[in-house]
Write a protein that binds this ligand. Structure first.
Ligand code: HEC
Ligand code: HEC
Ligand code: HEC
Ligand code: HEC
Length: 496
C-alpha cells in the first residue's frame, strides 16, 4: 500500500490512539450470542452455490432474444433483459448492475485509481472488475455489460439450451446447481450469499479502508432492504407474502452478511500473517465513528461519556449487532430449523474487541465461526428448498419487532444499549424490514424518525460516514424514545 508520508504518520498515530480507545471502551463486550439450546449441524446436506464456477459465462445479449428474455416493455412477461438494461430517461428507475462497468470510467473511479496508484485504469483492474462486471465473461468485450445475467444466475454455457425444456422444471434447485452451475436464486439463502459476495465482499473481493479513503462508498448491506433500494428496478416479483418474505430475508441477511464478513476477516488475518506490510487490523471492519469522531475536532461526541453504555467501537457492528435476535427467531420464521449454535462467533467477537487482535487467534476463531455460520445457512437454505408447509404465524412479526427494540435498549429500557450508529442502524433496519412486511400505522412515525436520524442501509442516509454532527445528545434521546415506544406497543397487552 502506498500512502503519502504525512498521512502514514497520521495513520499510525491515530491507529495507536484508536486501539487505546477501542480497548478501553469495549472492556465489557456487548452481549455474546447465547449458546444454542439444540444444535442443527450435520442433519442437512451441505451448503451449495457459495462459490461460482471459474468459466462458462456468456454475454447478456445471449439472453436478449424476444422469444427469451428480451420482450416488449419492462415489467411485462419475459422482459428481464429490458428491465436490466439502462433506462436513460432522467429520473427513471434502473438496474445499477447494467452500468456497474461504466462507473469505472467516472471521476470517482479515476480518483480512486490515482490515489491508490493502480498500475492500470480502474476498468482494466481486476480488483474493480471482480465486483463491477462478470470478469470471466466471453467474449471479453461483454465486460462492458457490467454485472450481467450470469453474475447472478450463474455461468449459462451449460444450461443455456436446456433451461426452458420441460425436463428442467423437474430438477431440484440443488441438481440445477450441481449439474449445470445454475444458481437457484429463488432460494433466498442462495440469493443472499451471491449478492453479499459483491455487497459485503468475501475471501476474494473486498472494499477495504484504502478504497474507501480514496473515495469508494462504504459497503453496507441489509439483504431485505437491498431489494427496495430507491431507484432499483427489479425484474421479478417475489412469490412470498410480504410478511413472510421480509422476515425470511431479514434473518437470512443477518446470517449471510456476518458469514461473508467473517470469511473476509479470516482472509485478512491470513494475509497479514504472511505479509507484514498488509493492513492489520483492517479499519473497514470497525465502526467508522470510532475513529472519525476522534480525529475531527469539530464534531461533538454524540453523548457525554458518563451517559454512554459499554460496548462501542465493535467489529462489524452492522452485521453483528442484531444477530442474536435473528438466531433466536430462526425456528419461528423457518419452521423445522433450530436455533443456530454460535459459540465460536462469540469467542471471535471477544478477540476482536481487544486492541490489536492476535492474528493467529483471529484466523483460527474466524474459521470456526465461518463453519458455524455455514451450518446456520445450510439449515436456512434447506428450509428454503422445502415446500412451505406452514405460513408465518401472524404474531411473529410483532414479536420480532419487540425483540429488536428490546435488543437496542438496556434491560431496564432506560437507555440505548450502545450508542454506535451502526449498532442502532442494524436494529432500525430490522424493524424497517418487518414493518414493510406487516405495516403498522402506529409505528410508521417512529420508523420515519429512525430512518431520518440513523445511517440505515439502503436509505438516503445509509452511506453516511460522518454522523458526528447529526448524532447530538438530544437526537440520541429521541432514538431511545422511538425504540422504547416500539417496544411498548408491540408487547402483549402493551400500550396501544
Ligand atoms: C467487493 C466488491 C467491490 C469492489 C472490489 C469494488 N467495488 Fe465499487 N462498488 C461496489 C458496490 C456494491 C457499489 C455500490 C455501493 C452503494 O451504492 O452503496 C460500488 C460503488 C462504486 C462506485 C459508486 C458508483 C455510483 O453509482 O455512485 C464507484 C465509483 C466504484 N464503486 C468504483 C470502484 C473502483 C474504481 C473499484 C476498484 C478500485 C471498485 N469500485 C471496487 C462493489 C465493489
Ligand atoms: C443482481 C442480480 C441479477 C442480475 C444481474 C440478473 N438477475 Fe435475473 N433475477 C435475479 C433474482 C434475485 C431473481 C428472483 C429469483 C428468481 O425468480 O429466480 C431473478 C429472476 C429472474 C427471472 C425470473 C423472473 C420471474 O418473474 O420469476 C428471469 C427470467 C431472469 N431473472 C432473467 C435475467 C436476465 C435475462 C438477466 C440479464 C439481462 C438477469 N436476470 C440479470 C437476480 C439477477
Ligand atoms: C458481481 C457483483 C454483484 C452482485 C452479485 C450483485 N451486485 Fe448489486 N451492485 C454491484 C455493483 C458493482 C453496484 C454498483 C453499481 C453502480 O453504482 O453503478 C451494485 C449496486 C446495487 C444496488 C444499488 C445500490 C445503491 O445503494 O445504490 C442494488 C439495490 C443492488 N446492487 C442490489 C443487488 C441484489 C439484490 C443482488 C443479489 C440479487 C446484487 N445486487 C448482486 C455488484 C453486484
Ligand atoms: C481505526 C481507525 C479508523 C477506522 C475504524 C476508520 N477510519 Fe477512516 N481514516 C482513518 C485514518 C487514520 C485516516 C487518514 C489516513 C488514511 O487515509 O488511511 C482515514 C481516512 C478516511 C477517509 C479519507 C478522508 C479524507 O479526508 O480524505 C475516509 C473517507 C474514511 N477514512 C472513511 C472511513 C469509513 C467509511 C470508515 C468505516 C467503514 C472508516 N473510515 C473507519 C482511520 C479510521
Amino acid at each position: 500500500m502506498t500512502t503519502a508520508p504525512g498521512l502514514f504518520v497520521a495513520r499510525c498515530l491515530v491507529r495507536v490512539a484508536v486501539w487505546i480507545l477501542v480497548a478501553g471502551a469495549v472492556a465489557g463486550p456487548a452481549a455474546l450470542v447465547r449458546p444454542a439450546a439444540s444444535a442443527a449441524p450435520g442433519a442437512e446436506s451441505p451448503l451449495y452455490g457459495t462459490e461460482l464456477p471459474a468459466d462458462g459465462y456468456v454475454s447478456s445479449t445471449s439472453c436478449a432474444a424476444a422469444a427469451c428474455h428480451g420482450r416488449g416493455h419492462a415489467g411485462g412477461m419475459r422482459s428481464e433483459y429490458l428491465a436490466w438494461s439502462p433506462d436513460l430517461r432522467p429520473g427513471k428507475p434502473n438496474d445499477p448492475h447494467a452500468r456497474a462497468y461504466q462507473v469505472l470510467f467516472n471521476s470517482v473511479s479515476k480518483r480512486i485509481a490515482s490515489l491508490m496508484e493502480l498500475p492500470k485504469p480502474a476498468h482494466e483492474t481486476s480488483l474493480c472488475l471482480k465486483c463491477h462486471a462478470v470478469e470471466a465473461v466471453q467474449p471479453a468485450e461483454a465486460l462492458s455489460e457490467g454485472v450481467g445475467c450470469c453474475g447472478c444466475h450463474g455461468p449459462a454455457k451449460k444450461w443455456l439450451t436446456v433451461h426452458y425444456q420441460p425436463a428442467w422444471k423437474a430438477l431440484s434447485h440443488r441438481e440445477k446447481w450441481e449439474q449445470y452451475g445454475f444458481l437457484p436464486v429463488q432460494n433466498l439463502t442462495t440469493r443472499a450469499v451471491n449478492c453479499a459476495g459483491c455487497h459485503v465482499g468475501d475471501a476474494t473481493r473486498e472494499v477495504n479502508h484504502e478504497l474507501i479513503a480514496a473515495g469508494h462508498p462504504r459497503l453496507t448491506f441489509e439483504f431485505a432492504g437491498l431489494h427496495v433500494t430507491p431507484g432499483y428496478r427489479k425484474h421479478w416479483e417475489e412469490p412470498l407474502a410480504p410478511a413472510e418474505f421480509e422476515s425470511r430475508a431479514w434473518v437470512i441477511g443477518q446470517a449471510t452478511s456476518l458469514r461473508n464478513a467473517t470469511k473476509l476477516l479470516g482472509e485478512r488475518a491470513k494475509r497479514a500473517e504472511s505479509d507484514s506490510e498488509a493492513d492489520w487490523p483492517e479499519f473497514a471492519g470497525y465502526s467508522c465513528v470510532s475513529c472519525h469522531r476522534a480525529i475531527r475536532k469539530d464534531t461533538p461526541r454524540p453523548v457525554p461519556r458518563a451517559q454512554q453504555t459499554r460496548g462501542k467501537s465493535g467489529w462489524e457492528m452492522l452485521s453483528v449487532a442484531a444477530v442474536d435476535v435473528a438466531a433466536e427467531f430462526t425456528p419461528r420464521v423457518f419452521v423445522g430449523a433450530a436455533v443456530p449454535r454460535l459459540v465460536a462467533l462469540g469467542e471471535l467477537r471477544e478477540v476482536m474487541a481487544k486492541g490489536s487482535p492476535n492474528l493467529q487467534l483471529v484466523r483460527q476463531k474466524s474459521a470456526a465461526a465461518v463453519a458455524e455460520l455455514d451450518d446456520w445457512l445450510t439449515a436456512l437454505q434447506a428450509a428454503e428448498d422445502r415446500p412451505r408447509a406452514h405460513a408465518l404465524a401472524p404474531e411473529v412479526s410483532q414479536q420480532l419487532l419487540n425483540a429488536l427494540a428490546a435488543s437496542a435498549l438496556t434491560p431496564d429500557r432506560g437507555a440505548l444499549r450502545d450508542h454506535d450508529p451502526d449498532f442502532l442502524a442494524a436494529h432500525a433496519a430490522g424493524c424497517r424490514a418487518v414493518l414493510r412486511g406487516s405495516p403498522d400505522v402506529r409505528l410508521s412515525g417512529h420508523m420515519r424518525e429512525l430512518v431520518e436520524v440513523l445511517p440505515v442501509p439502503h436509505t438516503p442516509n445509509g452511506r453516511l460516514t460522518d454522523w458526528g454532527s447529526g448524532l447530538t445528545n438530544a437526537r440520541m434521546l429521541r432514538v431511545r424514545d422511538q425504540f422504547r415506544d416500539i417496544f411498548d406497543r408491540t408487547r402483549p397487552g402493551g400500550k396501544r
